[in-house]
Design a binder for this molecule. Structure first.
Ligand SMILES: [Zn+2]
Length: 129
């Protein structure tokens, strides 16, 4: 059976409800009020064991700096190293000063895969900017 989620508080339920039983948000209205970037940022927070790796990827490709804080939070809290890595790359794609500053702070990350990606991004950004 498909599960339905409230995009405001991520309470889940079995039926397609108009109002969230937990926070009373009017689900469709809430969702429709969000643009594509905001929807992806919300999806990034969806409490699932595996957040789709394409979400950070898509956010990075959109060249919008609004998701930077959410991506940083994802890297800080991700237990899935592949998700953290996808968020690292997405931050690199945004090219925002905040994103680059955070990536620099990861240049001694304990996970080699992350460290390598971070260094590659930082080297690339020096060449351009
Ligand atoms: Zn809710």
């Amino acid at each position: 059976m498909p599960r339905f989620f409230c995009p405001a508080c991520w309470h889940d339920f079995d039926e397609d409800l108009v109002h969230c039983p937990s926070c009373a948000t009017e689900i469709l209205i809430f969702w429709d009020s969000k643009d594509r970037v905001e929807k992806l940022v919300l999806a990034l927070h969806r409490p699932e064991p595996t957040t789709p790796l394409r979400i950070p990827w898509l956010l990075g490709k959109m060249g919008d700096s609004r998701p930077v804080a959410a991506l940083i939070e994802t890297i800080r809290s991700a237990e899935d190293i592949y998700l953290a890595r996808a968020a690292v790359r997405a931050l690199g794609e945004t090219g925002s000063p905040e994103a680059m500053g955070f990536l620099e702070s990861l240049s001694h990350h304990p996970v080699k895969m992350i460290r390598r990606d971070v260094l590659k991004i930082l080297e690339g950004s020096k060449g351009v900017g």
